[in-house]
Design a protein around this ligand. Structure first.
Ligand SMILES: Nc1nc2c(ncn2[C@@H]2O[C@H](COP(=O)(O)OP(=O)(O)OP(=O)(O)O)[C@@H](O)[C@H]2O)c(=O)[nH]1
Ligand SMILES: [Zn+2]
Length: 274
């Protein structure tokens, strides 16, 4: 836990089950030996979970922006990006898509083609090379609590280590404090730039399991569905086999990307289970 004066200390939740997420603002009760107990958690402006059919887990609180890192190689999952965008829309967060490894110039056009449908939807795209110009990302982090998300191999660690030189050291210190190296891969870490800007590195968000989303909020989280919502014949249309479904009609006309519609269907089928 970081205090207002910038110092940090080790803090533990009161109960056994931790309800605290990275990014939370808390009231601490100091115990004198440099440690503390978490008394209460301040109201959150946003909350990201990961979930599967069995359980959901808090990942990050009070985030204002998701930075989704993809690379020109290896290939990335457009479905995962769609899921990330849905999670962001549902929590009303900003999104920045970062295309990394643009130094591999001959691979850039293919990656841009994959990203074109997302850019058409209005999501901002930043092209950079974590090896050559990681600094290009820094201005986009100003004034935001960002969470950095990406599949393995996209260059997330390279980016963080370039922007935050103490990041490598911090990970080691936290593992030592918890007396176990195995925590390094599962817990989220918050790196502060200034009073208004910080970055959360959260390995757990990679898969974007969204089983926890309320069924009714999913269709609204697809920005391309919004112009057509309310135009279906049935008010409670599930956009599956109902007659006169405006969403399916839009897919058939090509106004909604068919792959996005398929992601919608799978999210809807899984929704509300945890
Ligand atoms: N050419 C090029 N290679 C890069 C760039 N950024 C990262 N890489 C390489 O891509 C590989 C993966 O980078 P990492 O930073 O370890 O990727 P990661 O996303 O943190 O992956 P995990 O550690 O598995 O989560 C490494 O071999 C990096 O050197 C870049 O901008 N250009
Ligand atoms: Zn419909």
């Amino acid at each position: 836990m970081a205090l207002a004066d910038g110092t940090t200390l080790l803090a533990f939740p009161r109960g056994k089950k931790s309800e605290v997420a990275c990014g939370d603002r808390v009231v601490l009760n100091r115990s004198g030996d440099g440690q503390a107990v978490i008394d209460s958690i301040a109201p959150r402006s946003s909350l990201l979970y990961r979930s599967d059919e069995y359980r959901k887990k808090l990942i990050a609180a009070n985030v204002t922006q998701i930075v989704f890192v993809v690379a020109v190689e290896p290939g990335f999952s457009a479905e995962l990006l769609t899921r990330c965008l849905v999670a962001a829309e549902e929590q009303e967060l900003r999104v920045l898509i970062v295309l990394n490894k643009c130094d591999l110039a001959e691979r850039v056009p293919a990656a841009l083609a994959t990203l074109a449908p997302f850019v058409r939807l209005g999501y901002p795209l930043l092209q950079l090379s974590a090896l050559e110009c990681a600094e290009a990302l820094r201005p986009h982090l100003a004034g935001q609590l960002s969470v950095l998300v990406g599949q393995s191999g996209m260059g997330k660690s390279t980016l963080i280590n370039a922007l935050i030189p103490e990041a490598k050291v911090a990970t080691r210190e936290i593992s030592a404090a918890l007396d176990s190296g195995k925590h390094t891969t599962t817990h989220a870490t918050l790196y502060r730039f200034d009073a208004a800007s910080a970055l959360i590195d959260s390995p757990g968000l990679q898969e974007f399991g969204l089983h926890h989303l309320p069924v009714g909020s999913i269709e609204h989280a697809f920005v391309d569905f919004r112009p057509f919502l309310g135009d279906c014949r049935f008010r409670d249309c599930r956009h599956e086999r109902e007659p006169d479904c405006a969403i399916r009609a839009a897919v058939e006309r090509g106004d909604i990307d068919a792959r996005r519609y398929e992601v919608f269907r799978s999210l809807r089928a899984q929704a509300g289970q945890t």
